[in-house]
Design a protein around this ligand. Structure first.
Ligand SMILES: C[S@@+](CC[C@H](N)C(=O)[O-])C[C@H]1O[C@@H](n2cnc3c(N)ncnc32)[C@H](O)[C@@H]1O
Length: 239
């Protein structure tokens, strides 16, 4: 094996890294992503970082297996705490919950730099990530979606531009997915709609919190409109 084979989810994140970048992969676990990027020559060098020693040992095994000791540095770090601003161009945060990702970003002021790019692949609470990005002056450059082992995932590519974005409530749940060129965003969004609709139905059945129920119903309506639009566009693009 000369290059690690990535899952569809990690491949989606890898596709967002800039060619020639020095990459920091936060919460790396097996370091498959940095090993792939460096081994294929897409990244110049990488830092594979994790909060815990066990995952970092996994990362070390991958680095040894692919002979990448000179190009990948292993680093024990809570988020970006032990990563210097000068050490990475592109920062990947994949496979963690959106709330944890926001916590990590919140305590790292040096990510507010127009030269850096963030690749964020949240496993949940993508709306919290988008809220943070919009409120803190990050521009969402693009989003992508994929299916991996029967489950839909998304990734967000973003850069700081210092402009706080005004957004609708539904934007936090949809983001730039309507601009996707593949139908996986539809599958992902439909799943999110189902989840929110179920919550709204639960509140309705319990006769609780009418205001929250109406907010969720509004989200379902707006997200469904967005999905229909995207479906129509993708059908037209195919013609
Ligand atoms: C599910 S794994 C994801 C591995 C890989 N990034 C992926 O997407 O397949 C999550 C990893 O994040 C690490 N992690 C959790 N909290 C972290 C933190 N605050 N800082 C750095 N790593 C963290 C965990 O130790 C674990 O190895």
């Amino acid at each position: 094996m000369t290059v690690p084979k990535l899952s569809n989810r990690l491949q989606m994140a890898a596709n967002m890294v800039r060619e020639g970048a020095v990459v920091a992969d936060i919460g790396t676990d097996h370091a498959y992503l940095p090993a792939y990027l460096v081994k294929t020559g897409l990244a110049k060098r990488a830092i594979a970082s994790d909060l815990r020693k066990g995952p970092l040992k996994n990362a070390q095994d991958t680095v040894t297996q692919f002979g990448l000791k000179d190009k990948i540095t292993l680093r024990l770090s809570d988020g970006l705490d032990n990563i210097g601003a000068h050490e990475a161009d592109d920062i990947v945060l994949a496979g963690m919950g959106g709330t944890l990702i926001v916590d990590i970003l919140c305590k790292t002021p040096w990510i507010k730099d127009k030269r850096k790019r963030l690749v964020i692949q949240p496993m949940s609470h993508a709306e919290d990530v988008r809220g943070f990005l919009c409120n803190e002056g990050f521009e969402i450059i693009r989003e992508d979606a994929c299916i991996d082992c029967g489950r839909a995932y998304i990734a967000i590519n973003t850069v700081y531009n210092g402009i706080k974005k005004e957004y609708s409530p539904e934007y936090l749940f949809i983001g730039a997915l309507p601009e996707c060129e593949n139908g996986f965003a539809i599958i992902y969004l439909k799943k999110q709609i189902q989840r929110i609709a179920k919550k709204a139905q639960g509140l309705k059945a319990a006769g609780k919190n009418l205001q929250e129920q109406q907010r969720l119903e509004y989200l379902v309506e707006k997200m469904s409109e967005s999905v229909e639009k995207l479906e129509r566009r993708l059908i037209n693009d195919k013609r």
